[in-house]
Write a protein that binds this ligand. Structure first.
Ligand SMILES: Nc1ncnc2c1ncn2[C@@H]1O[C@H](COP(=O)(O)OP(=O)(O)OP(=O)(O)O)[C@@H](O)[C@H]1O
Ligand SMILES: [Mg+2]
Length: 577
């Protein structure tokens, strides 16, 4: 993107440079939030300088060199050696580079006098070329520099007034209220000037749209979406051009590949603390609140820490002033651009927090599933509940995923509960897939760990699977264990017997008659028997409050595919409409 809205700053730099060339040197600090255009402004300025008459030295500090004494200055001189410089400056630069290497190799932080002397010495060496020509020293990302280099830079800044040197420094201010040592020094030095950059404004965004061939009428929506961040604006423009100006008529600019790439780069440029807060904010999703955010970040991070990071995120243009993501897609990018382990850990912490807060099972399950391999005891019941909620909403796949995960991680008694839930769900969605679980269910039943209602359901499931001998055994077991003083249970038992008696002849399997050992039905009317047969089928699903979420007609139909019931309902229209 062509440079927009920085003409005033360039003029100011140019004027400052002219004064330096006239013998009154000084330093300019370009500060501003991430990706606001500090580097771009420095580059544009340096490009405008006549390098045949001016010596331009440049280096960029990096986090990886933060612990290397004089790392930034070594880089500055190394870059100068590698580039074409006027011949008369090369000797001085070469000597200076050798000195820096020597000092750096024997650097001793514990000797303040030696340290001071070395800084003085190097300072004088670096300013030496300014005797013959104007020198511009550009040091970008100074907030990442090693402490010795910073000390040297501040020393240069104090002396530059006396010679033809312009010091151009770039510093990222994540926190607008935070004043680094460098900024404090600048505030009190007469020939030190600070240029605070902020995001682009409406005229700048309009100009950018014009240059991209997009209608300027959309400038406000692009400004809102990008927060004036030139990196993000450029990406949104690229996406808009790619989508095509006719098709992209949405009020909010669409985030495409370019936006995703630039936003990832933007997140990478943030400091660790701000990124941590952003990810926590993003992962909270629609439950976002400052209170939950602080709880999620833990007691080590106080309210001021959180507010500082939120202000930084607003300054970068990722969040708006209410804390909402300017482009909703950003929340996903923020979470996706972390490692798998960190992401899983974050989701687990959110799940624990929401569980402690007593929030709904579905929302907790979302995070548990995203957390992957976690097996804490409270999780399985939550997942089972979430499966029920998902089924009630008609989301069978989600329900199954929750139940399957609950079954994988549950242990002891909870494992039976999870298994029952899983079988019920499979029975509703794809009955044959429940087949492998029916034996463990029977084992649980014989050990007295299965509710009677689930044992009744088991009979139907086994019959549907044509596992008649097993169905008969379960039915016998029920016969022995049902509490005959409980009217509801007794009715359930009787309808089961009726049903088995009715389907028995059709399911007849030599040697394994379902009816063997079962009592005779206590009613006589054929119609009544048919009615009971149908209700027996529906009962295991309809009667149990935990399975009520099932859709009875489809349940009925699936069961009926065992053929027997279908025949009965066909014959008796009163049983099923
Ligand atoms: N005024 C502008 N007009 C057009 N494009 C710009 C402008 N300012 C910056 N850009 C573009 O925005 C992107 C980010 O700018 P830049 O890297 O200079 O930001 P920065 O402030 O140095 O970021 P950081 O804090 O990460 O160092 C670059 O692609 C740059 O070309
Ligand atoms: Mg930069």
């Amino acid at each position: 993107m062509e440079l927009v809205e920085r003409a005033a700053e360039l003029t100011e730099l140019r004027k400052f440079f002219d004064d330096c060339a006239a013998g009154v040197g000084g330093a300019v600090l370009i500060s501003g939030p991430v990706a606001v255009g500090k580097t771009r402004l420095m580059e544009e300025f340096c490009r405008s300088v006549d390098t045949t008459r001016t010596l331009v030295l440049a280096a960029t500090a990096a986090e990886t060199e933060h612990d290397i004494p004089l790392g930034l200055i070594r880089q500055l001189l190394g870059n100068a050696m590698a580039s074409t410089q006027p011949a008369d400056s090369r000797g001085a630069l070469f000597r200076c580079a050798a000195q820096v290497r020597e000092y750096a190799a024997a650097w001793d932080d514990k000797d303040p006098r030696a340290r001071k002397a070395a800084i003085e010495h190097l300072c004088a060496d670096l300013l030496a070329p300014a005797r013959d020509r104007t020198v511009v020293i550009c040091l970008d990302d100074l907030h990442l520099a090693d402490s010795v280099s910073v000390e040297l830079v501040l020393s240069l800044q104090r002396r530059s007034r006396m010679c033809r040197t312009m010091l151009l420094l770039g510093v990222c201010t994540t926190d607008p209220t935070y004043l680094s040592e460098i900024q404090v020094e600048f505030a009190r030095s007469p020939r030190s000037h600070t240029l605070c950059l902020s995001g682009l404004t409406l005229p700048g965004v309009s100009a950018a749209l014009r240059l991209s061939g997009l209608p300027e009428a959309r400038a406000l929506s692009f400004l809102r979406a990008s927060g004036g961040n030139p990196l993000l604006l450029d990406a949104l423009l690229t996406d808009a051009v790619r989508i095509g100006r006719d098709r992209d008529t949405a009020d909010i600019p669409k985030a495409g590949n370019a936006f995703r790439k630039s936003m990832s780069a933007c997140l990478y440029r943030l400091d660790d603390d701000t990124r941590t807060v952003l990810r926590a904010w993003a992962v909270l999703g629609r439950l976002r609140s400052r209170r939950l955010l602080r709880k999620l970040l833990g007691p080590d991070r106080d309210a001021a820490f959180v507010e500082r990071a939120m202000a930084a995120l607003a300054a970068v243009g990722i969040l708006d002033h209410t804390g909402d993501f300017r482009i909703p897609e950003t929340a996903r990018i923020a979470v996706d651009t972390t490692t798998r382990t960190d992401r899983a850990d974050l989701h687990l912490r959110v799940a624990v927090l929401l569980h402690e807060e007593g929030l709904g099972a579905s929302v907790i399950a979302e995070h548990v599933l995203a957390a992957g391999d976690v097996a804490e005891t409270w999780i399985s019941p939550v997942l089972i509940k979430a499966a029920g909620e998902a089924l009630a909403k008609g989301d069978a796949d989600r329900a199954l995923t929750c139940a399957e995960r609950a079954h994988q991680i549950a242990a002891g008694r909870a494992a039976i509960t999870a298994l029952v839930a899983l079988v019920r769900l499979k029975w509703l969605t794809s009955p044959s897939s429940a087949s492998s679980h029916l034996r463990p269910l029977q084992r649980a039943m014989y050990r007295g760990r299965l509710d009677l209602s689930d044992a009744f359901a088991l009979v139907a499931q086994l019959v549907w699977e044509r596992r008649y001998p097993e169905a008969a055994n379960v039915a016998r077991w029920l016969d022995e264990h049902v509490d005959r003083t409980d009217a509801a249970e007794l009715l359930h038992l009787r309808t089961m017997h009726t049903w088995l008696r009715l389907i028995g002849p059709m399911a007849a399997d030599p040697g394994h008659d379902l009816l063997v050992g079962l009592p005779q039905p206590e009613h006589a009317s054929a119609d009544d028997s048919r009615m009971r047969a149908v209700s027996a089928l529906v009962l295991p699903f309809g009667r149990n409050p935990r399975t009520r979420c099932a859709r009875p007609p489809s349940t009925f139909w699936r069961v009926s595919s065992a053929a027997t019931t279908r025949r009965w309902t066909a014959r008796c229209p009163r049983c099923w409409p």
